[in-house]
Design a protein around this ligand. Sequence first.
Ligand code: ADP
Ligand code: MG
Length: 315
Amino acid sequence: MTSEFDLIRRHFERAPKHALVGVGDDCALLRPDAGLELAVTTDMLVEGRHFSAGAEPRALGHKALAVNLSDLAAMGAAPRWVLLAIGIPSADEKWLKAFAAGFFALASRYGVDLVGGDTTRSPKRTITVTAMGEVPSSVALYRAGARPGDDIWVSGELGGAALALQRPKIAAQFPEIAKRLHQPEPRVELGERLRGTANAAIDVSDGIAGDIGHILERSRVGAVIEYARIPRSPAFRKLKKPDLERDCVLSGGDDYELVFTAATARRADLEALSRELGLALTRIGTIRSGEPKLTLLDAKGQAMKFKPAFDHFRK
Ligand code: ADP
Ligand code: MG
């Protein structure tokens, strides 16, 4: 008979590199570097809601961690420690092994220690990761930091994950969008490098229109964005479905790119950073003073309508 503790030991216990105590005691014991601030975040993935029962466990292990590292990146924090609380219907060793392989492959790329968690039986799988990262004093990237006149930038390209979710048949033809949905790349290096350069940042988890809306609300500013400038998955070019494209690019979630604002004086720095990281950074609009409203312009300079971002509880 496999016990809960055997499962934990076999699949989740690894010697931590940056903790006094990791898995195995009542608590993990951490020693943050003096003078640094600790950024803490948690994200839950629920079977039937965020992933299907047949979802590939290795990809799921990656994604459960990736969505949390993305939140740390959006704060400008360097990821250090994570906790993993997992509910599973049975001790499916094959599933756990693959899940752990995906989880640790990403964790080790960034030197992140899994320092604890909880393991319980539950009717459906649920995966909750809590992540902690360090950021030097006073340089964390707040949603509230955008200023009138700032450029609005976005990393990478948008819409691919939503397209893969909404049109599985299309995803089968474009492996790169399926990968974006199931194994998103958190923009960890970019987040750290934006310290001191960006004024505000957020990660695109629910669709860029809604996510920029959070920056506008918190910063008490407005924004104008040109739709045509928003970088999008190349899959749309071959698809030629403009309505689907607009919904995926503006209101589709799960891209995990960073949207940030920066003074115009930072343009050259950001272009150099883009080349250095080999990651597209695109200027898509401007922060304006006034109501926290996003104005989206089409190619003719007319205001466009867009769907609101996904909300678990909106009726
Ligand atoms: P407690 O009863 O004190 O909460 P548990 O029996 O739940 O402790 O867990 C034993 C140890 O294993 C603890 O260090 C806990 O953090 C760790 N742990 C449990 N589940 C996981 C998991 N899924 N991933 C990593 N560590 C885990
Ligand atoms: Mg416990």
